[in-house]
Design a protein around this ligand. Structure first.
Ligand code: ZN
Length: 381
């Protein structure tokens, strides 16, 4: 129904059921798709605006084989692990290229802090250790200029943000990424609308669970427990996409009659989280003739993580409220820096028109010629 693509419209995604036995996210995403269509037709302004301003991708199950395995167990009570992996026995959320290790080395020795997979696409296709689901989703992440995403899991109740893997390799350690401030805010934008998740008096899912890293229903990934090879950090380090991981329920495969309650608890969170895509700074990078500049670098002073413009020159840079210096640069062009005051929302439009260096050289040559002409006339050469 909504296949229209517009330049300047940001792309969002929800991924569910990566662990096949964690079924709540899968069901909620099907509810969500129905809800968006129904409310659109009913004339709900919030939903109409959201759909008209955002390209929303919904993948209810990244691991249908695991789900079938989990679902085929007889009786209400399901094993805690059966169906977690894919049909090959691979845990998909440990199967992504471990880009955290690369960026942690680059932090010390210098090197890129973003788009780390740029020249490694072929290596991904030829890597026999990557599951077909992993390869498929990597291509999806690389091919579409996603801005914001959430990966829905189950087994606990918290919104988890990068980094998931600790710097030192220890099991628990707060592992902030350069965008810690906006990620905390994004995680809260989900948890604060879920009454169970944000309840400060909620007991842990299981008596001996260590929830000490949880704050208002959110946690830094590494502070909770270190996850190497996860999808969340892969999104952040390989693309422009900011992803959080949401644990939706203490039970991984709850009885069917509880699903309605989970939907009620998560409906507003799911919508509010998509709306976060319209925060920070956005705009177009073009040359002086108005041609789009794809792959221009957008950097923010004080945050060592750059994003890039998409094929129409459009870019999105999620930021918490504050005053920033934003620079657009591209090879062969003069960089431009602009100061911008960012409110909570909506995103501030900041367009950049970059002058190409060859144009600049032509201008300088012409100026020089004119100067010579003037000089020669004055001095009667
Ligand atoms: Zn999971």
């Amino acid at each position: 129904m909504f296949f229209l693509f517009l330049a300047g419209e940001p792309e969002f995604k929800y991924v569910g059921n990566m662990h096949g036995n964690e079924a709540v996210g899968r069901e909620l995403l099907i509810f969500l798709a129905q809800y968006l269509c129904n409310e659109y037709q009913k004339g709900n302004d919030t939903i109409i605006n959201l759909i008209h301003s955002t390209r929303i991708h919904i993948m209810p199950s990244l691991n249908p084989d695991g789900f079938e395995k989990a679902a085929s167990q007889p009786g209400e009570l399901k094993d805690w692990f059966v169906g977690r992996s894919n049909a090959q026995g691979i845990d998909l959320n440990r199967n992504f290229p471990d880009l955290d290790r690369i960026v942690y080395v680059n932090e010390k020795e210098g090197g890129p802090n973003n788009h780390l997979l740029k020249n490694m696409k072929k290596a991904v296709d030829q890597n026999p250790k990557l599951a077909p689901e992993t390869k498929g989703v990597i291509h999806w992440i690389m091919d579409i200029p996603f801005v914001l995403s959430a990966n829905l899991h189950g087994g606990d109740l918290v919104a988890n943000y990068p980094y998931d893997e600790t710097r030192s390799g220890s099991a628990h350690e707060y592992s902030s990424c350069p965008d810690d401030a906006i990620f905390q805010s994004l995680a809260r934008s989900y948890s604060s609308f879920n009454p169970a998740m944000s309840d400060p008096n909620r007991p842990p899912c299981r008596k001996n669970d260590d929830d000490s890293s949880f704050v208002d229903g959110t946690t830094n990934g590494g502070a909770w427990y270190s996850v190497p090879g996860g999808m969340q950090d892969f999104n952040y380090l390989s693309s422009n996409c900011f992803e959080i991981t949401v644990e939706l329920s203490c039970e991984k495969f709850p009885p069917e009659e509880t699903l309605k309650g989970y939907w009620e608890d998560n409906k507003n969170s799911l919508i509010n989280y998509i709306e976060q895509i319209h925060r920070g700074v956005k705009g177009f990078v073009k040359d002086l003739q108005g041609n789009p500049i794809a792959n221009a670098t957008i950097s923010v002073e004080g945050i060592s993580h750059d994003v890039t413009s998409a094929k129409d020159g459009d870019y999105w840079r999620l930021l918490v409220p504050g005053n920033y210096k934003v620079t657009a640069s591209a090879p062969g062009y003069l960089a431009i820096t602009k100061k911008v005051a960012v409110p909570f929302s909506p995103a501030v439009v900041v367009d950049f028109e970059l002058e190409s260096l060859s144009e600049r050289k032509e201008e300088e040559k012409e100026e020089l010629m004119e100067w010579w002409k003037m000089m020669s006339e004055t001095l009667n050469f």
